[in-house]
Design a binder for this molecule. Structure first.
Ligand code: PLP
Length: 372
């Protein structure tokens, strides 16, 4: 199988698997238990928090472990609705993940100022001009197109104007440098995008922040619920492993593939061509056939790609990301998302190109057959 859907989820890294197994054997007790063995689990939890804080260069008290980015994004928007009151407005990137968009609509409804991207997909801080918002949510890297937002600039602008800033960094962390993320007030992340387990993640919060996730006093009272210690230790092992190899990640193979595809398949459009983007991600609009047909044709050849966000699959309708970038529904209906990872080889990229070209021939043949 040639896997080109790393933005949906990633295979577990060996380091993460080993850490998960070790934790389930050696420290499966509840970190909140009163006996010494429980305290040992608690010590492992706090040690993990310190290791993560060191990677992110933040105070460890800012880290709240949780189940992943959907939870983190929901917690941020819910928290803002309590903190800022009934009249407050928020700025939300029009290309955010559904877990931000839906949470924003749920809590702020008509009080959202949508921050629109340029045609290339980038959302610039200038879009904030003339908007009186208490908080802003801007993702670091788009999950469907890989296009990067200048979140570092956003953090500066927001700080300067006393606006709270949240950055969904789920697709950034594990692929791009961690440096500077602490400048955002809130940051969401999930382990399964960087070789860690599903159901583990973290939220960076401002110091002193309280949460509405009530129950027990875990995570400093900010996120009730028995901690997923094995998941947390496994996530840490994954992030440390991926950070150790991050310098080897490169956009060259993707670039070569796109050059060859554009040459050999006239009518293909590369979305966000020339924009700052993740090294591993690209969205393309293919000729003639809907994405679902391309995906099935490619899968028959052992190549797995996606049409957009896995979380949007099943919702129907064209991608809101591509619509915000100005693509018409007909183009958006023919889009594929290709996302590679640390195990992808040049041979995989060649196989993807061959599979696209031969799928096109087959789809055209099928269409000609059904028209005759
Ligand atoms: N935010 C972004 C940008 C994502 O790509 C995803 C997953 O696709 C999520 C949030 C949701 O993450 P999780 O699966 O941890 O809930």
């Amino acid at each position: 199988m040639r896997f080109f859907d790393y933005n949906a989820t990633t295979p577990l890294l060996p380091e993460a698997r080993a850490a998960w197994l070790e934790a389930n054997d050696a420290c499966w007790l509840n970190p909140s238990s009163p006996y010494r063995a429980g305290a040992a689990a608690h010590a492992r939890l706090e040690e993990a928090r310190d290791r993560l804080a060191a990677l992110l260069d933040v105070d460890s008290r800012r880290i709240v472990f949780n189940s992943g980015a959907t939870e983190g994004n929901n917690a941020v928007l819910a928290g803002w609705s309590r903190t800022f009151g009934e009249k407050a407005r928020v700025g939300v990137g029009a290309t955010e993940h559904p877990s931000v968009l839906e949470a924003a609509k749920h809590h702020f409804d008509q009080r959202i100022d949508w921050l629109e991207p340029e045609p290339g997909g980038v959302i610039q801080p200038e879009t904030l001009e003339g908007k009186a918002v208490s908080a802003v949510s801007i993702m670091a890297a788009n999950n469907e197109t890989g296009v990067l937002n200048p979140w570092q600039e956003w953090a500066k602008v927001c700080r300067g104007r006393g606006i709270t800033m949240h950055c969904d960094a789920s697709q950034w962390i594990g692929k791009m440098p961690l440096e500077g993320l602490g400048a955002c007030d809130f940051v969401t992340a999930c382990a399964h995008k960087f070789g860690g387990p599903k159901g583990a993640g973290f939220l960076l919060v401002p110091e002193g922040c309280v949460s509405g996730f009530v129950g027990g006093a875990q995570e400093g009272g900010r996120r009730a619920g028995t901690e997923n210690l094995a998941g947390i230790l496994s996530m840490l092992a994954a992030l440390e492993a991926v950070e150790a190899k991050r310098a080897t990640f490169s956009a060259k193979a993707k670039g070569d593939f796109l050059d060859a595809l554009e040459e050999e398949m006239p009518g293909v459009t590369v979305i966000g061509r020339g924009q700052p983007a993740l090294w591993n991600t690209v969205a393309i609009v293919l000729p003639d056939f809907k994405s679902s047909r391309w995906i099935r044709a490619l899968e028959r050849k052992g190549v797995l790609v996606s049409a957009g966000s896995a979380c949007s699959t099943g919702k129907g309708g064209p991608s809101h990301v591509l619509a915000a970038m100005g693509l018409d529904p007909n183009q958006a209906d023919r889009a594929l998302r290709i996302s590679s990872g640390w195990e992808t080889t040049p041979d995989d990229w060649s196989a993807l190109l061959d599979a696209l070209l031969s799928s096109y021939k087959e789809l055209k043949k099928e269409a000609a057959g059904s028209n005759s």
